[in-house]
Each structure stands twice: as C-alpha cells, then as structure tokens.
Design a binder for this molecule. Sequence first.
Ligand code: NAD
Ligand code: WQD
Length: 332
Amino acid sequence: MILVTGGAGYIGSHTCIELARAGHEFVVFDNFSNSAPAVLARMEQIIGRPVVWQKGDIRDPAALDKVFAGHPVSAVLHFAGLKAVTESISQPIDYFDNNVHGSIALMGAMARAGCKTLVFSSSATVYGPEQPMPVAEDAPCAVSNPYGRTKLVVEELLSELGRSDPQWRIATLRYFNPTGAHPSALIGESPLGTPSNLMPLVCQVAAGIRPSLQIFGDDYPSHDGTGVRDFVHVMDLAEGHVAALDFLTKNQARIVVNLGTGHGTSVLEVIRTFERVSGQRVPYEIVPRRDADIGISFADVSLARELLGWVAKRDVDEMCRDAWRWQAANRG
Ligand code: NAD
Ligand code: WQD
C-alpha cells in the first residue's frame, strides 16, 4: 500500500490514477487546504473502484500514526505542501511550517512505522538563476524565495537522513513546469483565487474569465524574446512517480532526479499552440518582466532516462488540449 500525502491535489490525484493503473493500492492523506474531497469521487470514476482516504494534516503526528496503523504502508509519495511562490514571501512561517515541519513530522511517523521508502516532490526552483541550460541535477542550488528554500531544506534533510541510516530509500524528484490534465477532464488543476502559473491563466483568458494574458517580458534571449520553460504533462509526471517507486523497490538508494521533457517552449509558443488546438483566442499584452523571473529553464533529463527508464511522452499540443478540455468541462 502506498501512502499519498497531498493525494487530492493536482499532481497527487493524477499520480494516484497512474498508481491504480500500475496495480498499486494506495491511501490518500490530505487536509484539503488546497483541494476538495469531491476530487476523490472523480478519481473513483476514472479508476472504477473506491479510493481509500483519510483526512489529516502532515503536521499532526497522531493522524499520521493512525494512517500507518490502519494500512500496511510500504512507501510514501509525499506531495503535501504549499506551493505559491508569491504567497511564500508574505507567509514564510506557514510555508516552513507546512513544508518543512510537515515533512519532518512525516519522516518521524515513517520511522516509527518502519517504512523507509519515500518519493519527495521537489522543484526546479531549487536551481540558481544563472545556470547554463539544460540544467542537470549536479548544478549548484540557489533559492530566491521562501517556497524554494523549504524545498531545498527538505532535500538537505533527506540527504542527511539517508546518511544517518542507509535503509532509507529516497527519490527526490525535481519537477519542471507541470501542466495539462487527465484526458477524461474529470481531474485537473484547480488553483484557488488568481492563478499564478501560465497555463491556468491561458485557460481562463480563453474561457473569457480574464480579458487578456500579460506576457512578462519579450526581451529574454530566446528566439521570440519571451520566457522559455520545460512544460511537462501531469500524466507524464504521474508515470515518473511510478517509475521512481519501482526503482526504489529494486534499489536501496537515494536519488535526485529532474522530471521534465528536456525541451524548452516559449510563452508565445504556448499561446499559439493553445489557440491552434483549442480553437479559442488568447489575447495578450506584453508587460515588463516579472520580478526575479528567470528567462530560460529546461531540464537535462538523462538521469531520469538512465535510472528510471522514464521519458516524457506527451507534447505541448497534448498539454494544451487536455488543459483546455478540463477548463471547458469544469470551470467555465
Ligand atoms: P496542490 O496544492 O494541488 O496539492 C497539494 C495537496 O496537499 C493539496 O491537496 C493540499 O490540500 C494538500 N496539503 C497541503 N498542505 C497539507 C498538509 N499540511 N497536510 C496534508 N495535506 C496538505 O499542489 P500540486 O501542484 O499538486 O503540488 C504537489 C507538490 O509538488 C507540492 O509539494 C509542490 O510544492 C510540488 N511542486 C509543484 C509544482 C507545480 O508547478 N504544480 C512544481 C514543482 C513542485
Ligand atoms: C512560466 C512562464 C513567466 C504567467 C513557477 C514556480 C516554480 C514551480 C512552477 C512549484 C514564465 C510566464 C507566467 C503570466 C507570463 N512551482 N508567464 N504571464 O515561473 O517557471 O515557475 O511554477 O515548484 O517554483 O516559480 O512558472 O507558470 O509562473 O511561468 O508571461 O501571467 O510564463 O514569466 O516565463 P515558473 P509560471
């Protein structure tokens, strides 16, 4: 049985679908601070059987002990946490409490239960701003906001944990830019309030919820001047987690691995692709660069291929198509 913290969230819910497809049993543990229990019913519709879940907070040791006591958990996929960069600047204590304290409480509960296999959701945000691209896992880390720091602190803690007790099997996965939705349009990304990531904003503009998209800068050293990112389909990420889990089952190891496609796509290319596959217009205006934004970011994915045998299969067309299908079916 796999324990999925944050399993009702965007990446966690899609990963549960893939876990089920691969024949894994799982239990979702979520406090629903950034998701709704209704997602679980949608997941049940997709996988065709009940989802086992427990409402709880990873900072609550008693709730964690209860989930370990109630299920034979062999490994944990740890998605639970807060993820909004701007919010983390105004609420650093909440971010450290949820992401760092929460992860420490989880590791404690795992140790008490004798479960020492963990896949951790980290982020490409841990890489410093001036890295040559593609960026590989051994590039220096440098974070510029509290959210990124919480990820780096947990990464460091996990590496100390592994040094202290080699029985721990740990995969730290650094996601690049997750986008898209399950092709059923039953689950997808549901940002509360104003989204900050590109694709949900593009979807809302296409749906007429916002009048236009602001493109943050067209003077980056990319072919059209707009920012470049390694957008990766959430179902590819989901498959990456199952591959990481399989790797840890076979290897007593600790690994840090990028999950991306290895290709950069510019903001304008995303807009053009989205318009083509959705048939919707996405009006935009060019505005100055966003504070602390990096220009170009894409992953060196050779380690993921080598260690996990995982390669992202879905292209930007599919990301846009699935994101739009989800938006159109569920959110106006
Ligand atoms: P999400 O907000 O959709 O999902 C996180 C889930 O965790 C939510 O269901 C939320 O209710 C739950 N949660 C939050 N704090 C909790 C707590 N203290 N106890 C129990 N549950 C809690 O976010 P997501 O996009 O699915 O991201 C999942 C993980 O991946 C996060 O750790 C995030 O930092 C990381 N990540 C996300 C991205 C991205 O762009 N989406 C990129 C890199 C890394
Ligand atoms: C992508 C591109 C923007 C919005 C963030 C977090 C990172 C990770 C993923 C969690 C950039 C441009 C965006 C808009 C725009 N999350 N853009 N207009 O900045 O790569 O990463 O999400 O770990 O930590 O920092 O993603 O989607 O915000 O931006 O022009 O309204 O789209 O400038 O070039 P980013 P993003």
